[in-house]
Design a protein around this ligand. Structure first.
Ligand code: OXD
Length: 303
């Protein structure tokens, strides 16, 4: 059998090359490729020869490729939806626990026992909503359960999410905010999810709520978040993503003790291709066998 011709661009990453070769692929230049694994930004995306039948993108969120009109209907496209779920779920749990256990405040204020002691909260017995419960939700739900939390998964269809105690549809969110303790945002950036955390949702959340965002910055109206945090409408926010990234040096969110910001490292870019490699290998095997690929996307359904 002729090996599957695969281009890895714009750099021949060693993890991807090894995985592709072990799956029976052969690394070639773009002009000879049937498959392109693209690990660069949308701005550098090349003109594709007609021979390319499938393009594998390296991230789960591909809104910038959609905005740049790169995804066509002449070939298959895949993203990395769910491929990094374990890593991202771990980061989400770490952020939520850091907030509830006041780790951030202790780092900032050292032995300020009186203030910190009374602010420590437990995940045990708390209700946590995971909004956008796909792969990350399925990885996060058992982690939250292990800490004694009740998990409400929220997705568009209300389809079952393994490990969740309850599933709600995203069109029920308005009624949900007041019934949960904390929220983890894990939804893609789409026109529907833009600013889902806004003045109204923040006002509906309880005062002890933490908002965790490991998805995309535009899901949160950051001005509304700042006001809610200053007014004590919610207890805190932990953001691995912001809009834009990074936030300006003088962004007021940096100045609040009840805000934790990490620099988009829930899925660290430095380890991304190592994590991605086995998934590319599996999809290559499927492609060669004529089977359905994992994480197929289209321009109008890009997640
Ligand atoms: C992704 C990310 O979308 O790492 O995969 O943010």
């Amino acid at each position: 059998m002729t090996p599957m011709a695969v281009a890895v661009e714009p750099v021949r990453d060693e993890h991807l090359v090894a995985a592709i070769e072990s799956a029976g692929g052969q690394i070639v230049g773009l002009d000879d490729a049937r498959v392109l694994v693209w690990i660069g930004p949308p701005a550098d995306f090349p003109q594709l020869p007609d021979t390319v039948e499938w393009v594998a993108l390296k991230t789960a969120g591909i809104e910038d490729f959609v905005a740049a009109d790169i995804i066509d209907d002449r070939r298959l496209w895949t993203n990395a939806s769910g491929f990094y779920a374990e890593n991202v779920a771990e980061h989400a749990l770490a952020l939520l626990l850091a907030g509830l256990r006041q780790i951030n405040t202790a780092v900032l204020r050292h032995w300020d026992k009186e203030r910190i002691d009374t602010a420590v909260r437990s995940l045990h017995g708390a209700t946590v909503a995971i909004v956008g419960a796909g792969g990350i939700g399925a990885s996060l739900a058992p982690r939250l359960r292990a800490c004694g939390a009740r998990v409400v998964a929220v997705n568009r269809s209300g389809r079952e999410v393994p490990g969740a105690h309850e599933v709600r549809r995203s069109d029920e969110l308005d009624e949900l905010w007041g019934t949960i303790d904390h929220v983890v945002l894990a939804a893609p950036a789409t026109p529907e999810t833009r600013h889902m955390i806004n003045t109204e949702s923040l006002a509906a959340l309880p005062r002890h709520a933490w908002v965790i965002n490991i998805a995309r910055g535009p899901l949160v109206d950051e001005d509304a978040l700042y006001r809610a945090l200053v007014d004590g409408q919610i207890a805190g926010a932990a953001l691995d993503v912001t809009d834009p990234e990074p936030p300006a040096d003088d962004h007021p969110l940096w100045s609040l003790p009840n805000v934790i910001i990490t620099p988009h490292v829930a899925n660290p870019a430095s380890g991304l291709t190592r994590e991605l490699a086995p998934w590319v290998a599996e999809n290559l095997r499927r492609f060669a066998a004529g089977e359905e690929l994992l994480s197929v996307v289209t321009a109008d359904r890009a997640y």
